[in-house]
Write a protein that binds this ligand. Structure first.
Ligand code: SF4
Length: 382
């Protein structure tokens, strides 16, 4: 009986934009447990994880009637139509692809709810618990066990045809579906992602130090370490070099769900515009994107770093205004650093003047850093 239902569910999933469905047992994730403990001990965890390690690796602790886990994957686009020019005087930032379109947490939850409705109609005693990214279970460990993809050296789940540009979600159920077979595919000798990671966050194949990962760093709220500022480029949210270089992602660009289509104005916004939005405008414009979950501050901090990356002289006036009037020390300080990086006389003069008025220790430190670029310039000239 469940075999027929399993097949019907797979067929139904295709009609609602789900690219792949897999089934996993609810056995504890022993290997993951060991790895999570190691990650914690090494200080490699992001701190965004939910639940205890025990809960994160034991499905029956999350639902006592658990008999199987249904895992799903939805592909997302990698190229946008109507790309906007990123030119001098109008520099644009970039949200990583995983934040394009409507927040995937909402979309995947919707698809999983539809699967749940489908099963509830057939099995009145059906019970389930849905998780997408923010739940206790590791979406990646479940997807791997459910045969959705294999675990790459970049720690992403890689689907042989869809690559790693997929969103993952799952649902614990009380139906004993037969588990799928994990895939027998690997990265082979490839090490492109490890070689390309600018911060060495992939400390060994399949092991990420989240604290060093630029995608994670774009979501923090304090000052960004100088080392990371120089490597971020124009990303204002997320980072994806380890995916871009992966051969499994070559030429991959699927547009299966309308919700994930990017609006170029939103996913590549003008950096100076980002710095001038009010809280309300930010919510209205970006509130439906996954990348807005930490609020506007980290994105504005990253936007300032983006302007420094481009040495965008036309933004110096705005940066001076932020340095001297913004109530947030992280914004004032990062602006001072950026002004120094851009390196105009007007900018250096403004930092010197502002330094007299500033009382925040960290901001003062950033102002001094900003001024040190002037010395560097003079030395190079001399
Ligand atoms: Fe694996 Fe190479 Fe892709 Fe890294 S870049 S995940 S090593 S295939």
């Amino acid at each position: 009986m469940y075999e027929a239902l399993r097949n019907e569910l797979i067929e139904y999933s295709k009609t609602i934009g789900i690219d792949e469905v897999g089934f996993a047992s609810v056995e504890p994730f022993q290997d993951l447990k060991t790895r999570l403990k190691e990650q914690q001990e090494l200080g490699y965890a992001s701190g965004f994880e939910k639940g205890t390690i025990e809960e994160r690796t034991t499905p029956s602790l999350l639902m006592s009637e658990a008999k199987s886990i249904i895992a799903i994957a939805l592909s997302y686009p990698t190229r946008m139509k109507n790309k906007l020019p990123n030119k001098k005087g109008e520099r644009r930032g970039m949200f990583a692809r995983a934040s394009w379109g409507i927040d995937y947490h909402i979309v995947l939850r919707d698809r999983l709810e539809k699967l749940a409705d489908f099963l509830s109609e057939k099995i009145p005693s059906f019970q389930y618990k849905i998780m997408v990214d923010t739940g206790e279970l590791s979406d990646r460990a479940v997807a791997e066990r459910a045969g959705i993809g294999f675990s790459g050296k970049n720690t992403m789940i890689i689907h042989p045809e869809l690559g790693s540009y997929i969103y993952l979600g799952e649902m614990i159920t009380n139906i004993p579906f037969t588990p799928s077979q994990p895939l027998n595919v690997t990265c082979g000798d490839c090490t492109k992602c490890l070689d390309a990671c600018p911060t060495g966050a992939l400390v060994e194949p399949g092991r990420l130090n989240a604290q060093q990962c630029l995608a994670f760093q774009t979501q923090t709220k304090g000052f960004l370490d100088d080392e990371y500022r120089d490597k971020l480029g124009n990303y204002v949210y997320g980072f994806e070099t380890c995916q871009v270089v992966c051969p499994y992602n070559k030429g991959v660009d699927f547009h299966h769900n309308e919700e994930f289509e990017p609006d170029p104005e939103l996913v590549t916004p003008k950096l100076t515009d980002l710095l001038q939005v009010s809280n309300r405008q930010f919510k209205e414009r970006f509130g439906m994107m996954a990348g807005s979950w930490r609020g506007k501050m980290p994105i504005q901090r990253n936007a300032i770093i983006g302007l420094a990356h481009y040495k965008e002289e036309s933004s110096v006036g705005l940066l001076i205004e932020l340095m001297t009037t913004d109530p947030r020390p992280v914004i004032r300080g990062t602006a001072a650093w950026a002004i120094g990086k851009i390196g105009t006389d007007e900018g250096f003069h403004a930092i010197s003047t502002a330094l007299q008025e500033e009382s925040d220790k960290e901001v003062i430190e950033e102002m001094k850093k900003g001024l040190s670029f002037q010395k560097l310039e003079k030395e190079q000239e001399g």
